[in-house]
Ligand binder design. Structure first.
Ligand SMILES: [Zn+2]
Length: 264
């Protein structure tokens, strides 16, 4: 395949590159994507951080839907592309992987040098005392508190969400076992900011590498786009391997608009 050769060439000439991955990488693992090939929302935009913290009705709806959506995330398995990247990293062909995905699939595939830019969906954080706990505990506590929500037809959506019809007012949310505070998945929501130390770590990784390879991301969110800007400003080459339009199309050295798994 011509694109495969282009990518191989790119990785040879610029060694090692930092890899930035997005939702398009995990769709083959059964995790739905947010945006269409034009970069527009396929579904209504996800929960905003401030709304989540301030609106109990919204949280009830969120957790009721998550009862059905999250198991999809939890049980998702890496696909060929995750395994290929883990192998390439092990062989020293690529450097750090910065991922916008919260599914943990790079690590499940065996990659060791990974920065979860937007956090990890299988971990909870208490917004009052900061205690962390496994998401599985939250899930099981919510199931036990709301058996009437367990048996429902549901269509999975991104980020452990699902479409269900129910009376969300009836839902009882499990709170922090330490302090009774609000529990939130330890992920960066829209409208929230990525922790500064994590951004600095990712910038440092990119800075000390030879270029940027973006996979499966339209870069519509600034937290990812800034790495394309940083690479461009420093004269580092950028390769895009993703379906459809991206925000960095005019910054890219090469653009491969092809199937990710096939190329990797
Ligand atoms: Zn707490």
């Amino acid at each position: 395949m011509q694109e495969q050769q282009q990518l191989r060439q790119f990785l040879k000439q610029n060694h090692p590159v930092t890899v930035l991955t997005g939702a398009g990488l995990s769709t083959a693992s059964g995790i739905p994507d947010y945006r269409d090939s034009q970069g527009n929302w396929k579904i209504s935009p996800p929960v905003q951080h401030r709304d989540f913290m301030q609106d109990e009705q919204l949280r009830k709806r969120y957790w009721a839907r998550a009862l059905h959506g999250w198991p999809v995330l939890y049980h998702a398995q890496p696909n060929k592309a995750h395994y290929a990247l883990a192998q390439m990293q092990g062989a020293g062909e690529i450097g750090t992987i910065i991922t916008q995905n919260v599914d943990g699939l790079h690590q499940k595939a065996g990659a060791t040098d990974v920065i979860n830019l937007h956090g990890y969906a299988n971990e909870m954080i208490c917004m009052s005392c900061g205690a962390k706990s496994p998401r599985l505990d939250m899930h099981e506590r919510c199931l036990a508190l709301n058996p009437q929500f367990a048996d429902m037809a549901a269509a999975p959506l991104p980020d452990g969400d699902a479409d269900i019809e129910a009376d969300f007012d009836q839902f009882v949310i499990a709170d922090c076992l330490n302090c009774g505070g609000i529990l939130k998945p330890d992920v960066v929501y829209f409208g929230d900011t990525v922790p500064k130390t994590r951004v600095a770590e990712a910038k440092q990784a990119l800075d000390s590498s030879s270029g940027l390879l973006v996979i499966g991301s339209s870069l519509m969110v600034f937290s990812g786009y800034r790495f394309a800007r940083q690479a461009h400003a420093k004269g580092q080459p950028i390769a895009l391997l993703t379906r459809g339009k991206t925000r960095a199309d005019d910054l890219a050295t090469i653009k491969l608009d092809v199937d990710i798994s096939a190329v990797l």
